[in-house]
Design a protein around this ligand. Structure first.
Ligand code: HEC
Length: 97
């Protein structure tokens, strides 16, 4: 009984961990970020910056700067309203790629 309980708890923890990973990825993909920044933040052209492996705090800050207009880029200034609320989850995902 103890063993089964332990197993169930371990699987639940694992699925929660994987779920967080998957939803950062799914948000990134469903918001269309991948169309420019590439699969997993690795763009196929140098026209768009690589986001994979960047520091999560730095990524969140860049998204905020675009939102506040502190950082100006017509494309990203237009993109950031739909990112609102998802900055951290996207940044966590990208930082681990
Ligand atoms: C239509 C193309 C396009 C799409 C779609 C797009 N971006 Fe960008 N993104 C850019 C360009 C171009 C830049 C570089 C802007 C600059 O030079 O300041 C950029 C810059 C960034 C940066 C700063 C990176 C750096 O190295 O300075 C982040 C973070 C970022 N984008 C995140 C996102 C996220 C998250 C999404 C999805 C919501 C997204 N972008 C969608 C084109 C795009």
């Amino acid at each position: 009984m103890q063993k089964i309980l332990h197993y169930v708890l371990a699987m639940m923890t694992l699925s929660i961990a994987l779920g967080v990973q998957a939803s950062g990825k799914s948000v990134y993909n469903s918001l269309g970020c991948s169309s420019c920044h590439g699969i997993d933040g690795k763009p196929s052209t140098s026209a768009y910056p690589t986001l994979a492996g960047k520091d999560a705090v730095w990524l969140v800050n860049q998204l905020k700067y675009f939102q506040f207009g502190v950082r100006k880029d017509p494309t990203m200034n237009a993109m950031v309203p739909i990112v609102a609320g998802y900055e951290q989850i996207i940044a966590d995902y990208l930082s681990k790629q």
